[in-house]
Write a protein that binds this ligand. Structure first.
Ligand code: CIZ
Ligand code: SF4
Length: 325
């Protein structure tokens, strides 16, 4: 554990180095609060994966520091091939990405040549390159609705809960891969119901990577940005939130008078694998961020995407960016 003085030292050094290297920091809502604060204070942004990708592409800096998980760094590099893209650590990955390896996905898709292939942003560049569309949770329902109206049948990967949610919302023919997010799949409907009973005025906010039983008792189901918007706009003074607790930083900042409570997970303490906080998002820290900025080659934590692969992954990514406008 660092002292306050040490933290302040790191924060100041990181800000100096960002300037000196013409770099900007782009952080996800699930990173630790001090990383989000640092990104904001240094002129970068805190956002969901779609907004992170857009911000990185449009920002004039020549170097991006992506504080999030691997697929976010890859997407940033694909959209901004002329920029250098570093991450505090390339070890920050995602259970959805890990659970959807390119070769198995390719075989699955070959078994269903009649289906339009829609993959979630939480996948490797190699999987994206095999998709017709990339999608984030903020536009998933709208996109599937649009494709369904055109009479298309969908092959969806990798998150089974988000896939089931969009199928349920749209009535589209959606065939799902069986991946899951280790953070969201741990939320328990029973625990949320008990909490709701204890806080009758509270609204329940749920990310659709959560199990259907939790989604079913939500007042609002949405992506990170949509849940933040609900937290600020709804009249309730208390919210039970089923998503990574990193999001509380932004919710509390925008609605300081309101109370946000973590939705209960299956285990607690030692028996809980994730405890509502993504272990990979948590790898983004002050020390590795400064180390990467201090070394010309970013301690080897630079994202490279093969240009041919990037060109192929760009096609479905571009469709997503156009659709999401
Ligand atoms: O769960 C994630 O990793 C999310 C919500 C990513 C995103 O789209 O911002
Ligand atoms: Fe992946 Fe879940 Fe972590 Fe998001 S929170 S990066 S979906 S494991």
């Amino acid at each position: 554990e660092m002292t306050r003085e040490q933290r302040e030292f790191y924060r100041e050094r990181i800000k100096e180095k960002l300037q000196a290297r013409d770099a900007v920091m782009v952080a996800h809502y699930y990173t630790d609060p001090e990383i989000q604060a640092l990104a904001e204070e240094s002129g970068g942004c805190v956002a969901d994966s779609l907004e992170m990708a857009r911000f990185g592409k449009e920002h004039p800096a020549s170097t991006l520091i992506v504080a999030g998980v691997r697929f976010m760094g890859e997407t940033a590099k694909i959209l901004s091939p002329e920029k250098r893209v570093f991450m505090p650590t390339l070890e920050a990955t995602c259970s959805l990405d890990i659970g959807c390896p390119e070769d198995e996905f390719a075989a699955f898709r070959e078994q269903h040549p009649d289906r339009t292939v829609v993959v979630y942003a939480n996948t490797s560049a190699a999987v994206k390159a095999r998709a017709d569309w990339v999608v984030t949770s903020s536009i998933a329902v709208e996109l599937i609705e649009y494709l369904d109206q055109r009479g298309e049948k969908i092959l969806w990967a990798p998150d089974q809960h988000l896939g089931a949610y969009v199928r349920d919302k749209t009535g589209a023919d959606v065939l799902c891969w069986d991946g899951a997010c280790i953070v969201h799949e741990e939320f328990k409907a029973r625990g949320v119901e008990d909490l709701k009973a204890a806080h009758p005025g509270a609204a329940v906010l749920v990310h659709p990577e959560s199990p259907a039983s939790v989604v079913a008792i939500a007042d609002v189901v949405g992506s990170t940005s949509q849940l933040i918007k609900a937290a600020t706009e709804m009249p309730n003074d208390t919210f039970i939130v089923a998503t990574d607790k990193g999001i509380f930083y932004k919710m509390q900042q925008l609605a300081p008078e309101k109370t946000f409570i973590e939705a209960p997970t299956a285990g607690s303490g030692a028996t809980c694998r994730s405890c509502a906080h993504c272990p990979w998002m948590a790898m983004n820290g002050l020390e590795n961020t400064l180390a990467v900025l201090q070394d010309e080659n970013g301690c080897g934590q630079e994202i490279f995407v093969d240009p041919d692969l990037a060109r192929r992954a760009m096609v479905p990514l571009d469709r997503m960016l156009d659709f999401g406008k």
